[in-house]
Structure formats: structure tokens, C-alpha cells
Design a protein around this ligand. Structure first.
Ligand code: PEP
Ligand code: MN
Length: 336
């Protein structure tokens, strides 16, 4: 429920409404706006009888928000959120942010080479997986803690913040120590315990859409993080599973546009996992920016043919350099 106060409502009237909400055993969250103050009501299981609230002085209207996500919604938070991630700003009105790097951290030399080439091409944030959620147990599972060290080293050497996936709560302390941004992978989007724990940290979170998650489920997953007090969430569309097998996943670009209507959180697109094909990454990167994405996450490997994971969708240094050149032209055209 959202209680909208009159333009001239006094601080005492606002406080009285908050007290009335709290007396009902619910949580009141003031949402100051340039026009008028609203008070978000959290904690209800079902419909709330608003009769007493409506009668209070200064109350203009009471809106029942039936969405399972509230803190994430534009209803509760109309202004767009800009997330500061390791010194880089991601969000509405800012030039799209490019995160790039290998799928997995394979060695110190591979990570440093990757960092240098993505930096030289103009990426702002370095990615690399140390804990890998692989489909089968016999494939490379990531270097773990050793990988985190190489990632940090490469980020520091090239002056880029780093993002890496945390797969379970037991890894969180180490990942927080080495990374600037915590990635929650598609397979863990509904690992609610993990979401709650990352919500208790002060690290920005890159939340990837689950392979079969609806937009409502996606935004509800983000709600778990915000509900714990961490509002620094960047959403990431990375393709969903459909009947189509010609591409690895189906890039649901309409969500980039729709999420901007429904939520104040920034959303980026990962065209690498969405398509699974190197040849499609440049065109879908451009399409994502045209659709309004606030950034991209792109897999880049110095030698994709030798990559231990996701080589077929990884660009090499030259390919990524060309793409960045193209994107700069597009951003200029889009007015950034
Ligand atoms: C990744 O970014 O390396 C990854 C595993 O992505 P996703 O969770 O989207 O599959
Ligand atoms: Mn990958």
C-alpha cells in the first residue's frame, strides 16, 4: 500500500500517518518526492483495510500495490536509482557502462592479458568467474580463491573495479574481500538465502535473470536484496530458455525497456550468454543499447579458441576493440 500525502502536508501529519501504520503492525517507509511525500507500507500479507488511514489529516489518496515487489517498483520509488559500483556510475541518463572480461579466470597471465585488452578497448569494469556454476561436474569449475586473487590483481593493475559471481553464502566473505561488485548468477536468482545475505552487505550486486524467471520473479528476487537494506542492485538480462535451440538462450530485449517502466533500478544486458554465439554479440550489444540498457556485460578472452569455458561466445581483443569503437559511435548518436 502506498499512502500519498497532500502537497502541503505537515511533518506532524506525516508522522501521525506513520504511527497509524505502525500501530497496525506494519512498517512505514517515507518516500519524499519533489511534489509531495508518500509513505510506503510494507509487511502486509494481504489486503489492508485502509479506512482509518484515509481519514487522517493530510492524506490525499491510498493506493493498493498488489505487486510482490514494492521497494524495487516505481510506485514506491519514482526516481531512477544510479548505482555506484567501484567508482563507476550505472543508471538512467548516464553513458552505458561496459563490463568485460573472460567467462572464467584461468591463470594469472590469462586474467592480466584479458584485463589489459578490455581496458585498452575502453571497458570500465572487469569481469571474471572464480566460482563457476557449470552444467556438468566434469568441466572446469573455476580456480576459486586463487582466481579471486588474480582478478583483484588484474583490476588493480589496470585501474578497473571487478565483478565476480558468488554461488553460495560460504563464499561471500572471500568474494566481498576481493571484488567490488557481487554477481548473482542466473542459476542462483532464486537462492533466497543467498539474496538475503548479499542484501546485508554494502557491496553493489549484479543480479542476473534466472533462465526461466518471469519479470515478476526477477524483480521479486531483487526485492529480497533491497528488503535487507542494500539498494545498490543492477539487474542483468542474460536471455531466457525457450523452445529455440539455435541460440543458447533467447534474448528478451523487451524486458530492458519494460523493467525501466516498472522499476527504478538500472538494467544491463549480457549478449554473450543470451546468444552463445560470438557473431551475434556485436549486433545484440547495439540492439540492447537502443532498447535502453544502462550497460552491457560481454565475455572477452585473449584466445577464445583455448578458453576453458564459453569460448564460442567470447570475443577476442580485436573483436572487442571493434565493437567498442562501434558502440562509441552509437552512444554519440543516442546522445551520450
Ligand atoms: C557468467 O556470467 O559467467 C554466468 C555464469 O552467467 P549466467 O549466470 O547468466 O549463466
Ligand atoms: Mn560464461
Amino acid at each position: 500500500m502506498l499512502i500519498v500525502m497532500h502537497h502541503g502536508a505537515t511533518a506532524a501529519q506525516i508522522r501521525a500517518v506513520e504511527e497509524a501504520v505502525e500501530a497496525m503492525g506494519l512498517k512505514a517507509q517515507p518516500i519524499p518526492g519533489s511534489e509531495r511525500t508518500a509513505i510506503g507500507v510494507l509487511g502486509n500479507q494481504g489486503f489492508i483495510d485502509d479506512a482509518t488511514i484515509r481519514e487522517l489529516p493530510g492524506v490525499r489518496e491510498v493506493i493498493h500495490v498488489s505487486k510482490p515487489y514494492k521497494l524495487v517498483s516505481r510506485d514506491f520509488h519514482p526516481a531512477p536509482t544510479v548505482v555506484e559500483a567501484g567508482g563507476v556510475l550505472v543508471g538512467e541518463g548516464l553513458p552505458p557502462v561496459i563490463m568485460a572480461g573472460p567467462c572464467s579466470i584461468e591463470s594469472e597471465a590469462q586474467m592480466l592479458a584479458s584485463a589489459r585488452l578490455v581496458k585498452a578497448a575502453g571497458a570500465q569494469i572487469l569481469r571474471g568467474g572464480a566460482f563457476k556454476p557449470r552444467t556438468g561436474p566434469h568441466t572446469f569449475q573455476g580456480l576459486g580463491l586463487e582466481g579471486l586473487r588474480y582478478l583483484r590483481l588484474a583490476g588493480d593493475e589496470t585501474g578497473m573495479p571487478v565483478v565476480t559471481e558468488v554461488m553460495r553464502i560460504g563464499q561471500l566473505e572471500d568474494v566481498c574481500r576481493y571484488a567490488d561488485i557481487l554477481q548473482i548468477g542466473a542459476r542462483n536468482m532464486q537462492n533466497f538465502d543467498l539474496l538475503k545475505e548479499v542484501g546485508k552487505t554494502s557491496h553493489p550486486v549484479l543480479l542476473k535473470r534466472g533462465m526461466s524467471a518471469t519479470i515478476e520473479e526477477f524483480l521479486s528476487a531483487a526485492e529480497y536484496i533491497l528488503a535487507e537494506g542494500n539498494e545498490r542492485v543492477i539487474l542483468c538480462e542474460r536471455g531466457i530458455r525457450t523452445f529455440e535451440r539455435a541460440t543458447r538462450n533467447t534474448l528478451d530485449l523487451s524486458v530492458a525497456a519494460l523493467v525501466r517502466e516498472l522499476s527504478h533500478l538500472p538494467i544491463i544486458v549480457d549478449p554473450s550468454h543470451a546468444t552463445g554465439k560470438r557473431s551475434l554479440v556485436p549486433v545484440m550489444s547495439r540492439a540492447a543499447l537502443v532498447a535502453g540498457a544502462h550497460g552491457l556485460m560481454i565475455e572477452v578472452h585473449p584466445e577464445p579458441e583455448k578458453a576453458l569455458c564459453d569460448g564460442a561466445q567470447s570475443l577476442n581483443g580485436e573483436g572487442f576493440g571493434e565493437l567498442m569503437e562501434d558502440l562509441r559511435g552509437l552512444m554519440k548518436y543516442l546522445g551520450y
